[in-house]
Design a protein. Structure first.
Length: 214
Protein backbone atom coordinates (compact mmCIF):
# COMPACT_ATOMS: atom_id res chain seq x y z
CA UNK A 1 0.00 0.00 0.00
CA UNK A 2 1.34 3.45 -0.96
CA UNK A 3 2.42 5.78 1.81
CA UNK A 4 2.23 9.57 1.74
CA UNK A 5 4.69 12.13 3.09
CA UNK A 6 3.97 15.85 3.40
CA UNK A 7 6.89 18.19 4.05
CA UNK A 8 6.30 21.82 4.98
CA UNK A 9 9.22 24.23 4.59
CA UNK A 10 8.91 27.52 6.49
CA UNK A 11 10.86 30.74 6.94
CA UNK A 12 10.17 34.04 8.69
CA UNK A 13 12.15 37.23 8.02
CA UNK A 14 14.90 35.10 6.51
CA UNK A 15 17.11 38.08 5.71
CA UNK A 16 17.95 37.00 2.14
CA UNK A 17 16.03 35.74 -0.87
CA UNK A 18 16.48 32.00 -1.40
CA UNK A 19 15.49 29.53 -4.12
CA UNK A 20 15.29 25.98 -2.73
CA UNK A 21 15.77 23.18 -5.27
CA UNK A 22 14.40 19.77 -4.23
CA UNK A 23 15.41 16.71 -6.23
CA UNK A 24 15.84 12.93 -6.02
CA UNK A 25 19.47 12.84 -7.19
CA UNK A 26 20.68 10.09 -4.82
CA UNK A 27 19.87 6.90 -6.72
CA UNK A 28 21.38 3.38 -6.65
CA UNK A 29 21.32 2.90 -10.43
CA UNK A 30 24.54 3.37 -12.43
CA UNK A 31 25.00 5.98 -15.18
CA UNK A 32 23.37 8.93 -13.42
CA UNK A 33 23.99 12.05 -15.59
CA UNK A 34 24.93 9.76 -18.49
CA UNK A 35 21.87 7.70 -19.41
CA UNK A 36 19.36 9.22 -17.01
CA UNK A 37 18.85 12.46 -15.17
CA UNK A 38 16.99 13.64 -12.06
CA UNK A 39 14.44 16.39 -12.51
CA UNK A 40 14.11 19.58 -10.54
CA UNK A 41 11.20 18.02 -8.67
CA UNK A 42 10.30 21.27 -6.92
CA UNK A 43 11.72 24.80 -6.80
CA UNK A 44 10.37 26.98 -4.00
CA UNK A 45 11.12 30.65 -3.27
CA UNK A 46 11.57 32.12 0.20
CA UNK A 47 11.78 35.90 0.58
CA UNK A 48 13.98 38.02 2.80
CA UNK A 49 11.10 39.62 4.68
CA UNK A 50 7.92 38.14 6.11
CA UNK A 51 6.70 34.56 6.53
CA UNK A 52 6.95 32.00 3.71
CA UNK A 53 5.71 28.42 3.56
CA UNK A 54 5.87 25.75 0.87
CA UNK A 55 4.42 22.24 1.02
CA UNK A 56 5.78 19.25 -0.87
CA UNK A 57 3.92 15.94 -1.13
CA UNK A 58 5.36 12.53 -1.97
CA UNK A 59 3.34 9.36 -2.48
CA UNK A 60 5.11 6.04 -2.95
CA UNK A 61 2.96 4.85 -5.86
CA UNK A 62 5.48 4.63 -8.70
CA UNK A 63 4.71 5.21 -12.38
CA UNK A 64 6.37 5.15 -15.78
CA UNK A 65 5.80 8.24 -17.93
CA UNK A 66 6.32 8.87 -21.64
CA UNK A 67 7.70 12.36 -21.28
CA UNK A 68 7.85 15.21 -23.76
CA UNK A 69 11.04 17.25 -23.30
CA UNK A 70 11.98 20.59 -24.83
CA UNK A 71 15.25 22.37 -24.08
CA UNK A 72 15.91 19.98 -21.19
CA UNK A 73 12.60 20.80 -19.51
CA UNK A 74 9.82 18.23 -19.00
CA UNK A 75 6.82 19.76 -20.76
CA UNK A 76 4.31 16.99 -20.19
CA UNK A 77 3.72 13.25 -20.15
CA UNK A 78 1.79 11.97 -23.16
CA UNK A 79 0.86 8.82 -21.27
CA UNK A 80 1.67 7.05 -18.02
CA UNK A 81 1.04 3.88 -16.06
CA UNK A 82 1.12 3.20 -12.30
CA UNK A 83 3.43 0.29 -11.53
CA UNK A 84 4.64 -1.63 -8.48
CA UNK A 85 8.04 -3.08 -7.67
CA UNK A 86 8.52 -6.42 -9.42
CA UNK A 87 6.22 -5.55 -12.32
CA UNK A 88 6.92 -4.87 -16.00
CA UNK A 89 5.16 -2.94 -18.75
CA UNK A 90 5.64 -2.40 -22.49
CA UNK A 91 5.58 0.95 -24.29
CA UNK A 92 4.09 0.90 -27.79
CA UNK A 93 3.17 3.49 -30.41
CA UNK A 94 0.35 3.02 -32.89
CA UNK A 95 -1.19 5.73 -35.08
CA UNK A 96 0.96 8.34 -33.29
CA UNK A 97 -0.50 7.32 -29.91
CA UNK A 98 1.75 6.02 -27.12
CA UNK A 99 0.50 3.41 -24.68
CA UNK A 100 1.87 1.44 -21.76
CA UNK A 101 0.55 -2.09 -21.34
CA UNK A 102 -1.07 -3.10 -18.07
CA UNK A 103 1.78 -3.97 -15.65
CA UNK A 104 2.28 -7.62 -14.82
CA UNK A 105 4.31 -9.35 -12.13
CA UNK A 106 7.49 -10.58 -13.80
CA UNK A 107 10.03 -12.89 -12.16
CA UNK A 108 12.72 -11.60 -14.56
CA UNK A 109 12.53 -8.06 -13.20
CA UNK A 110 15.58 -7.45 -10.97
CA UNK A 111 14.96 -7.22 -7.24
CA UNK A 112 13.53 -3.87 -6.07
CA UNK A 113 13.07 -2.77 -9.70
CA UNK A 114 10.29 -1.83 -12.07
CA UNK A 115 10.75 -2.54 -15.77
CA UNK A 116 9.64 -1.00 -19.07
CA UNK A 117 10.40 -2.39 -22.52
CA UNK A 118 10.36 0.14 -25.37
CA UNK A 119 8.50 -1.47 -28.25
CA UNK A 120 7.89 1.88 -29.95
CA UNK A 121 9.68 2.11 -33.32
CA UNK A 122 12.29 4.66 -32.28
CA UNK A 123 14.30 5.87 -29.30
CA UNK A 124 12.11 7.38 -26.60
CA UNK A 125 12.48 9.44 -23.45
CA UNK A 126 10.94 7.55 -20.53
CA UNK A 127 10.44 8.85 -17.02
CA UNK A 128 9.99 7.31 -13.60
CA UNK A 129 7.94 9.21 -11.08
CA UNK A 130 5.19 8.89 -8.56
CA UNK A 131 1.51 9.76 -8.26
CA UNK A 132 1.04 12.41 -5.56
CA UNK A 133 -2.71 11.85 -5.33
CA UNK A 134 -4.75 8.94 -6.66
CA UNK A 135 -6.22 9.91 -10.01
CA UNK A 136 -3.66 12.66 -10.66
CA UNK A 137 -0.99 12.63 -13.34
CA UNK A 138 2.42 11.43 -12.10
CA UNK A 139 5.24 13.76 -11.13
CA UNK A 140 8.34 12.66 -13.06
CA UNK A 141 11.47 12.42 -10.89
CA UNK A 142 13.95 10.66 -13.20
CA UNK A 143 14.24 10.61 -17.00
CA UNK A 144 16.06 8.14 -19.26
CA UNK A 145 16.97 9.79 -22.57
CA UNK A 146 16.92 7.87 -25.84
CA UNK A 147 15.81 4.41 -24.71
CA UNK A 148 16.25 2.27 -27.82
CA UNK A 149 13.68 0.08 -29.56
CA UNK A 150 13.54 -3.29 -27.78
CA UNK A 151 15.57 -2.03 -24.83
CA UNK A 152 14.51 -2.94 -21.29
CA UNK A 153 14.67 -0.12 -18.75
CA UNK A 154 15.15 -1.43 -15.21
CA UNK A 155 14.67 1.23 -12.58
CA UNK A 156 15.04 1.22 -8.82
CA UNK A 157 13.76 4.37 -7.16
CA UNK A 158 14.99 5.47 -3.74
CA UNK A 159 12.93 8.28 -2.14
CA UNK A 160 15.90 10.25 -0.79
CA UNK A 161 15.01 13.91 -1.21
CA UNK A 162 17.81 16.46 -1.29
CA UNK A 163 17.61 20.25 -1.08
CA UNK A 164 20.04 22.78 -2.57
CA UNK A 165 20.21 26.56 -2.69
CA UNK A 166 21.65 29.01 -5.18
CA UNK A 167 20.84 27.12 -8.38
CA UNK A 168 19.28 28.47 -11.56
CA UNK A 169 17.10 25.44 -12.23
CA UNK A 170 13.44 25.88 -12.99
CA UNK A 171 10.91 23.32 -11.83
CA UNK A 172 10.71 20.20 -14.05
CA UNK A 173 14.04 20.89 -15.77
CA UNK A 174 16.56 18.06 -16.10
CA UNK A 175 19.64 18.28 -13.90
CA UNK A 176 22.49 17.42 -16.26
CA UNK A 177 25.30 17.13 -13.70
CA UNK A 178 25.93 17.02 -9.98
CA UNK A 179 24.60 20.14 -8.27
CA UNK A 180 27.61 22.12 -7.05
CA UNK A 181 25.91 24.51 -4.64
CA UNK A 182 25.40 23.87 -0.93
CA UNK A 183 23.19 20.91 0.00
CA UNK A 184 21.11 21.87 3.02
CA UNK A 185 18.66 18.98 3.16
CA UNK A 186 18.77 15.20 2.75
CA UNK A 187 16.12 12.83 4.04
CA UNK A 188 14.86 9.36 3.16
CA UNK A 189 11.15 10.07 2.94
CA UNK A 190 10.25 6.49 3.85
CA UNK A 191 11.76 7.09 7.31
CA UNK A 192 9.85 10.31 8.04
CA UNK A 193 6.54 10.82 9.79
CA UNK A 194 3.51 11.43 7.60
CA UNK A 195 3.77 15.21 8.08
CA UNK A 196 6.99 17.02 9.02
CA UNK A 197 7.85 20.71 9.23
CA UNK A 198 11.25 22.17 8.38
CA UNK A 199 12.53 25.63 9.35
CA UNK A 200 14.82 27.54 6.99
CA UNK A 201 17.07 29.98 8.86
CA UNK A 202 19.97 32.29 7.99
CA UNK A 203 22.79 33.51 10.23
CA UNK A 204 24.04 36.83 8.79
CA UNK A 205 27.16 36.77 10.96
CA UNK A 206 28.41 33.56 9.33
CA UNK A 207 26.45 33.59 6.07
CA UNK A 208 25.18 30.08 6.85
CA UNK A 209 21.73 28.87 5.76
CA UNK A 210 20.22 25.89 7.56
CA UNK A 211 17.17 23.63 7.27
CA UNK A 212 16.20 21.90 10.50
CA UNK A 213 13.20 19.88 11.62
CA UNK A 214 10.76 21.58 13.98
Amino acid sequence: MAFVRKLSFESNDLGIDVDLLLTFDDQPIADLYKKYYPSAFAVRKFGAKGPFRADVIYRSQLAFTKVVISQDVIQSASTEVPINVGESTILTKEAEVYRFSDPKTDSLVPKKNIQCTNNAPFKEDIGVGFIEKKGNAPKTALVWRGVGHGQKLNAEFTPVLRGYIGTDYQENSLIKGQVETDRLFEENLAALDEHTTWAITYDPSTGVLSIDGK
